[in-house]
Design a protein around this ligand. Structure first.
Ligand SMILES: [Zn+2]
Length: 314
């Protein structure tokens, strides 16, 4: 899915700074979405076994408390499979949860930064990852203008995201804690669960939809660009996806620590639609990546939209 960070940044900063952060963060998330159209080949050898935590300066250091990765993945796999059954998802989706767990990368902060920052420059990415495996401190110096930079700060503050192109969940070991790892991964698993549906538009353009969110492949640059078109839905599709994942995270672990007022509209809309049309139908439209079906459900249950005050502008 569209790769989402799971948490707002700088929750302990003053409100004004936080607002700026949110705007920039949105841009960053959009940039994460613009992942290259080519298959993202992953240099397995350089990250599979990063070895002991090197003693590195913040923000590249690893926290003292180590994460029980296998334990967390077991827990999340069991939770998400159970949730999929509970919400009436077609059975194929529960079977998909185990394989998703095999596509989770726990990355040192440096690896997390480089993987995201140099997504569209695989040669540079691989060279830096190889350098990090040899001598971490020297590799950090090789980052050049990439670090420090506002974008690097954004990335390093992110706990985890789902990379649609690579079909992998990336976890930042520098930020995730043993206490929040399972809830963050439940959220990301729900981003990873829907079908990735690739199709041709009327003008011959290649499009892909995951959940309710559609991107278009630009022919010149081979970049996936999010479509502004909301498919007739009253909320941006990426917010609807975010609301779906957050809803399942909250179902598992209770309310999030950080307020997400940006999700209020999408949450309310989905909740009302689930009440009137049935939550299994809403979930199925999400998992099958059919935003048009969500739209149809909404049309059939006009009442939900009137309540939501979300009638289309004329
Ligand atoms: Zn998310």
């Amino acid at each position: 899915m569209r790769p989402y960070a799971t948490r707002p940044f700088g929750s302990n900063r003053p409100a004004a700074a936080r607002r700026v952060s949110t705007v920039t963060r949105r841009r960053f998330l959009a940039s994460l979405a613009l992942i290259g159209g080519g298959a993202a080949l992953w240099p397995a050898a350089t990250w599979a076994n990063p070895g002991a935590a090197p003693e590195l300066p913040t923000p590249f250091a690893l926290p003292a408390r180590e994460l029980d990765r296998a334990g967390v993945l077991r827990e999340v796999t069991s939770v998400v499979s159970r949730q999929a059954r509970e919400v009436g998802a077609p059975t194929t989706y529960a079977a998909r949860v185990g394989p998703i767990a095999e596509r989770v990368d726990f990355l040192h902060p440096f690896q997390f930064l480089v993987t995201s920052y140099f997504e569209r420059d695989p040669a540079r990415r691989d060279a830096l990852l190889a350098a990090y495996a040899r001598e971490p401190a020297a590799a950090i110096r090789e980052l050049g203008p990439a670090f420090p930079s506002p974008r690097a700060e954004m990335i390093l503050n992110t706990l985890a995201y789902y990379d649609v192109s690579a079909d992998r969940i990336r976890v930042n070991l520098g930020r995730i804690t043993p206490d929040d790892a399972a809830r963050v991964l439940v959220h990301e698993f729900w981003h990873a669960l829907p079908d990735l549906r690739t199709w041709k538009g009327e003008d011959g353009a290649t499009l892909r939809t995951t959940g309710f969110w559609t991107q278009r492949l630009t022919s010149e640059q081979g970049i996936w660009q999010p479509l502004d078109d909301t498919d007739g839905l009253p909320h941006p599709a990426y917010l609807l996806n975010e609301a779906m994942a957050t809803q399942m995270e909250v179902r598992y672990a209770g309310p999030t620590k950080f307020k997400r007022p940006d999700l209020d509209g999408a949450n309310g809309y989905l909740a009302r639609l689930s009440e009137t049309a049935g939550s299994a139908d809403v979930m199925e439209a999400y998992l099958r990546s059919r935003p048009g079906e969500l739209h149809e459900l909404a049309e059939q249950h006009q009442a939900a939209r009137v309540d939501a005050g979300a009638l289309p502008r004329t």
